[in-house]
Every structure is written in C-alpha cells, then in structure tokens.
Design a protein around this ligand. Structure first.
Ligand code: GRF
Length: 203
C-alpha cells in the first residue's frame, strides 16, 4: 500500500507516520513527501528516512491552478494508493482534487465540523468550549469540510492557552493519524455516496 504525504511545516505528523512504520504498526510504503515550502522540516525527516521528496514552490507559478495541477502530476507519478495531508497549509483546487476523491485524507486540529480553517485552538478557547480535539477526514473541495473518519477528544482545562492546548493535542494527533492510515491500508475504511464505512458498517 503506497502512501504520499503533503506537508508544509515542521512535520511532527510525518514523523509519527514514519515511526509507526518503524515499529511495525503500519505496513505501508511511503513513496513521496511533497511540500510547498523548501524549508519544511517534513522534508528533512523524509530524507533521513530514505523517502523521496519533492518541493514545488508556488512562487514559480503564475496561477494557483497551474501550481496545483503541477503538484498533483508529480504526486500521481509516484502512484500512491492514498494521499495524506499532514499540515499542508494550502487550499487545493477542486478540479485537481477530484481524481483523488476517497483516496485523500487530512488531519485537522479541531473537532470538526467546528473550527474549519486556521487558529483552531484560539477559537475553541474563545468560545469557552469544554472540549477540543483533532479530526481526520476525507478531503473534498470544501476546506476542512469532507466526511469525518475519526476524532481524538481533549478536555480544555482552566488556565489553558493556545500553546498548552496545542502541546496536549499534538500527541493525540500522532496516534490518530497513523491509526486511520492503518485502517485504510488494511482496506477497512471506505468512502462512497452514503458516507464513511468501517468494515462495511456506516460510521
Ligand atoms: C497539525 O496541528 C495538524 O493538525 C495541522 O497542522 C499541524 C501540522 O503539524 N493540520 P506538523 O507539521 O505535523 O508538526
């Protein structure tokens, strides 16, 4: 089962995926880590693990759409069965996404459908929520809006700020994402017109 990852940042979720494979918990092949940021830590982590990398800089493209199609052409060339967005911070053109419907997931630091987009920790605190968390969902053209697969909840404590919340949530993300990828690689999860199913049962 071949996996390509897209990441823009430090890459702690990439590291968690690689570590899960190292531990023998994720019988997959990482065929590519792609990034829009030449300095992304995710790229270094991939290189250390011997995973091929590609960087496409959006500044080299006149149109957003041209960039997205170029990026997805490179990704397609690595023939992945699944694309994992692990902190990929760009909104992707809907037409570029279309061929990957049901084969592309994202991890997002909120209990979706709450707080799509940025600054999720801040927004959960500002709303006075008692609970925060992370979600893994299938990617559709709607930003952070595709069908949710699984979530990891986290209690918000008195005195929490954005940093403490982010720091407590991150280790949960690092469990959640490899666990979902393992289910998909095992053929246990699927998305069809009725929604997400696990072992043939609708979630
Ligand atoms: C994570 O919080 C993830 O949920 C969000 O971006 C962050 C990426 O962190 N989409 P990292 O680059 O994996 O460390």
């Amino acid at each position: 089962f071949r996996i390509a990852i897209l990441a823009s940042g430090r890459g702690s979720n990439v590291a968690a995926l690689l570590a899960a494979r190292e531990r023998g918990e994720l019988p997959v092949e990482f065929v590519l880590v792609a990034s829009d940021k030449p300095a992304a830590g995710a790229l270094q982590l991939a290189q250390l693990a011997g995973v091929p990398t590609v960087v496409l800089d959006p500044r080299d493209y006149a149109e957003r759409r041209d960039y997205d199609f170029a990026l997805f052409e490179r990704i397609a060339a690595s023939k992945p069965d699944l694309l994992v967005l692990a902190g990929f911070m760009r909104i992707i053109d809907g037409d570029a996404l279309q061929p990957w419907a049901g084969r592309m997931i994202n991890i997002h630091p909120s209990l979706l459908p709450k707080y799509r987009g940025l600054h999720t920790h801040r927004r959960a605190l500002k709303a006075g929520d008692a609970e925060h968390g992370a979600s893994v969902h299938y990617v559709t053209a709607e930003l952070d809006g595709g069908p949710v697969i699984a979530q990891a909840p986290l209690s918000i404590e008195a005195g929490d700020d954005e940093n403490t919340l982010a720091a407590r949530l991150l280790p949960l993300e690092h469990q959640l994402l490899p666990a979902v990828v393992a289910l998909i690689a095992a053929g246990r999860l699927a998305l069809d017109e009725n929604g997400v199913s696990l072992d043939g049962e609708r979630l």
